[in-house]
Every structure is written in structure tokens, then in C-alpha cells.
Design a protein around this ligand. Structure first.
Ligand SMILES: C[S@@+](CC[C@H](N)C(=O)[O-])C[C@H]1O[C@@H](n2cnc3c(N)ncnc32)[C@H](O)[C@@H]1O
Length: 461
């Protein structure tokens, strides 16, 4: 086969391999739950749509492909679910004698950690396993050779970030951000256009590779039609916090602004309309069913999803490769620390707040998540700001720099509020203070933190 891949082909990024604390295999519980939640829908699709009678399987193995499999163990769970269901259907149709052997292809980028994947293959598996390395945006298999394609949580990865995002002359120039969460419309449009191109290539390739009567099931991260990617979506929130954390490292002189300007995450969270359009435009497949699984936040992930450290590990396990290829491996620890600080500032318990809203209140209520050191509202839109006992929290608790840090934080705070307040508006701040000339040790808060610090320094026996 001749290669037409140009030397300019985009760089590919994978999840963290191995089984360490920041590995994908140890930080992909949320993706595993999606596989379990999607199981009944996939079972139903196999029961109603997979045309087993049409296949002549006596000489060929039944081939199943998991596209974007990463390192496991999720892919093994997905494959087992599919296999069990197909076997059951074989049996119920009385085709048991026809059951040939099953061959599972695990697909991911060539740089995926296939060693970890193969080392953890289930010992009691009832299939042959093979790797199919390469991008699913291009051809991976011979024509008419695959019976079943599956992919979970992978096709939101684009082949590359749209080029306009780094073009200073373009309206889609994505200055100060690394994703399209809360970004200008032109930035969102550029992402959507890249998704359309990538899906066209993806569907073209799969359309050639699948046998007549075969089935493809895709589980994708999605948002409802007409909704923009915002902080309400965990992916949106995570990448917005990543952008803010990188800009914080710019302010600290760890990286420079040009490096952030030329960095964009190639991930697109589709809506059902995007997907339907892509399938209909391409024409290789007939869409038999599309179902929106319940909002990711309502699925029971347990307590983990509200744990900031869990989010930091998740960011790292899935994005360390793309971040370090761009910024170098030296920034990763510091970036994760900054991300944790920013995530903590954002992770107020709004659920509890809303649950306790006064039932007889005479106002409408909304939440504005994010650090008050940055912009939170549109220009000239707020009539009254109030803050009580909050703005003494510093973003960086280095003792000898407290005063300087407070000066910087107040500057950011006041600049943001000045843009947001209407002409003639008012701001009232209630905060902890000490009289001129008094030392911090005479202040109850100072005394408390001093005692706390001394206690923490006691030798542990
Ligand atoms: C979030 S992981 C999902 C892994 C697994 N399917 C699961 O549900 O746990 C996304 C995977 O898609 C892979 N991926 C992204 N773009 C790809 C492409 N163009 N071709 C093949 N694999 C790709 C990534 O390398 C990564 O392993």
C-alpha cells in the first residue's frame, strides 16, 4: 500500500499509558460508567439492527473494532458486553453452529500504550485480539472486512485544532483561551467546521470497511442542541480552567503568552444535530437511532466528581501528552497545582446553595461560577456588588508575599468589577481588617492561623 501521508501530518496525542497514579487506566472511571450506561442501548441495537443471518461466517471470523480504545480496562468491558450480546443473538436465532471465531481489533494512535493494553487482556477472553494502530480519521482496514464498529468517548478528539485559532488576523483568533468554552462565536464555528471535516473522513473510511448489514455504535460526549459549551459542561469547565491556569503561569513568568496563544485543545463536544447532519451528508450509513443519555452530571459517579483532586488527575491522565508536547514536561506539576487552586475556587457547592434559597424570596436567582479575581459578567451589567468576608482570600499563600499578593489580587478584582458595573452603580465590601499599626498576631484570625501552623509543625510520633 502506498503512503500518501504528508510530512505535515498533524501530531497525535494519547492518554497516559502504564498503570501509575496519572495513567488513563487508573483515571477513567467516568468513561467506564458511560460504557455501562450505554450498554442497554447497544444491546437493543444489536438485537434489532445487526443482520446476523446475512453474514457468511463459516470461513471468516466475526470482526469487532473498538475505535480509540486507549489502554484499558474500559475497552475490555465494552468489548465483552458487545460479544455477549452478539452470542446471545446467535443462540436465539438458532445460528449457534454458524458461530465462527471472534477477532477483536483494538484501535488507537500508533503512540498509544499497546503494551499495557496487551499485558492486561482478560485471561478468560473468548476472542482473538489484535491491535489496529492509526488514526480513525483515515482507513484502517481492508474493504468490507469489519462486522461491528464500536467507539466510546473518543470521536470528540479532532484530527487537529482549527488553524484559524492561532491566526491573529482571524475573527476566530482564540487569544487567552485554549478551547472554545465561553469563546467567541467564530471560535465555536471553527471547531464545528473541523468536526464536520473530520467526521466526513471518519464516515468515508468506516463506510468502506464495514460489511453489508454491519453495525456501528458510537457513544460520544454531547450537549443538547442550541446550547453553547459552558461551565455547565464538565469538559467545558475543565478546559476553561486549564486555559486560566496556563495564563496564571504566564503571569508568573513560567511560560510566555505566545505559547498559550498557539495552543488549543482539539476536542469538540457535539450536539445531536451535528451528528445527524454529518451522517446524512456523508451518506455511507443510515442512522437508525440516536439517544441522548442522561446528563453527565446526573449519572451517579459517586463522590469523585465533586473532588477537585480527581479532576486534576483526570486532566493530567488525558492531556499530559498534548500539554507537554507543546510546553515541555517541566511545567506539568506546577500547572496541575495551579489547576487545583483554580478548580477549588470554582467548586463552590451551588447545589446546597440553591436547595436553601428562601422559598418566599422576591427575586430571581442565578449562579456565577468562577474566581472573582477575573471577569464574571458582561460589561456594564451589574448595578450593585456586595461581598462579605470573602475578598481576604489570597490566591497564593506565600507568607512574605502576602501584602504584595493582596495588592495584585485587589487590582484584578477592581479592574473586573469596574468593567461590569453600570454607570452610577455601587459596591459594598465587608472584610476583615486590622487598625493601622496593629500586628497580625493581635488579630483573632492571625492568632488562629498561627496556632494552626504551630500545631501542624508538631513532630508526628
Ligand atoms: C478518552 S479516551 C477513551 C478510551 C476508551 N474508549 C474509553 O472509553 O475508556 C479517547 C481515546 O481516543 C483516542 N483517539 C483520539 N483520536 C484518535 C484518532 N484519530 N484515532 C484513533 N484513536 C484516537 C485517544 O488516543 C484515546 O485513547
Amino acid at each position: 500500500m502506498s503512503s500518501n501521508r504528508s510530512s505535515m501530518s498533524p501530531e497525535f496525542y494519547t492518554m497516559n499509558g502504564g498503570d501509575g497514579p496519572y495513567s488513563y487506566s487508573n483515571n477513567s472511571h467516568a468513561q467506564r460508567i458511560l460504557i455501562e450506561v450505554a450498554k442497554p442501548i447497544i444491546d437493543e441495537a444489536i438485537a434489532h439492527e445487526l443482520d446476523l443471518r446475512n453474514f457468511s461466517l463459516s470461513s471468516n471470523p466475526f470482526s469487532i473494532v473498538d475505535l480509540g480504545c486507549s489502554t484499558g480496562p474500559n475497552t475490555f468491558i465494552a468489548v465483552k458486553n458487545i460479544l455477549d450480546c452478539i452470542k446471545q443473538k446467535h443462540q436465539s436465532l438458532g445460528l449457534t453452529s454458524q458461530i465462527s471465531e471472534f477477532l477483536i481489533y483494538f484501535n488507537d494512535h500508533t503512540s498509544n500504550d499497546f503494551n499495557t493494553l496487551f499485558a492486561s487482556l482478560p485471561p478468560d477472553r473468548q476472542y482473538f485480539a489484535a491491535a489496529a494502530p492509526g488514526s480513525f480519521h483515515g482507513r484502517l482496514f481492508p474493504e468490507s472486512s469489519v462486522h461491528f464498529f464500536h467507539s466510546s468517548n473518543a470521536i470528540h478528539w479532532l484530527s487537529k485544532a482549527p488553524e484559524e485559532l492561532v491566526d491573529r488576523k482571524s475573527l476566530a483568533w482564540n487569544k487567552g483561551r485554549v478551547h472554545y468554552t465561553n469563546a467567541a462565536e467564530e471560535v465555536c464555528d471553527a471547531y464545528a467546521a473541523q468536526f464536520r471535516k473530520d467526521m466526513e473522513n471518519f464516515l468515508d473510511a468506516r463506510g468502506k470497511e464495514i460489511v453489508v448489514g454491519g453495525l456501528m455504535v458510537l457513544t460520544v460526549s454531547a450537549i443538547p442542541n442550541g446550547m453553547c459549551l459552558s461551565h455547565q459542561n464538565p469538559i467545558g469547565l475543565m478546559y476553561d480552567l486549564l486555559g486560566a491556569s496556563l495564563m496564571d503561569l504566564v503571569k508568573k513568568g513560567v511560560i510566555n503568552e505566545e505559547q498559550v496563544e498557539s495552543f488549543n485543545i482539539p476536542i469538540y463536544v457535539v450536539n445531536p444535530e451535528n451528528l445527524r447532519e454529518a451522517v446524512e451528508r456523508n451518506g455511507s450509513f443510515r442512522m437508525v437511532k440516536m439517544e441522548m443519555i442522561e446528563s453527565i452530571l446526573k449519572i451517579n459517579y459517586g463522590d469523585e466528581i465533586t473532588n477537585v483532586n480527581w479532576w486534576t488527575r483526570k486532566l493530567r491522565s488525558g492531556n499530559e501528552d498534548i500539554i507537554t508536547k507543546h510546553f515541555g514536561s517541566g511545567i506539568m506539576d506546577q500547572l496541575c497545582q495551579q489547576f487545583t487552586v483554580n478548580a477549588l475556587e470554582t467548586s463552590n457547592d451551588f447545589n446546597a446553595l440553591f436547595a436553601s434559597l428562601p422559598p418566599n424570596r422576591q427575586y430571581f436567582a442565578a449562579a456565577a461560577p468562577g474566581s472573582f479575581r477575573r471577569r464574571l459578567f458582561p460589561e456594564s451589567s451589574v448595578h450593585f456588588f456586595h461581598s462579605s468576608n470573602a475578598i481576604h482570600w489570597l490566591s497564593k499563600q506565600v507568607y512574605d508575599a502576602y501584602a504584595a499578593q493582596f495588592g495584585k489580587d485587589m487590582k484584578n478584582f477592581l479592574e473586573a468589577r469596574a468593567k461590569e458595573i453600570v454607570v452610577g452603580g455601587m459596591m459594598v465590601l465587608i472584610m476583615n481588617g486590622i487598625p493601622f499599626g496593629m500586628s497580625h498576631s493581635q488579630n483573632p484570625a492571625g492568632l488562629m492561623y498561627d496556632l494552626q501552623g504551630k500545631t501542624l509543625q508538631l513532630p508526628i510520633v
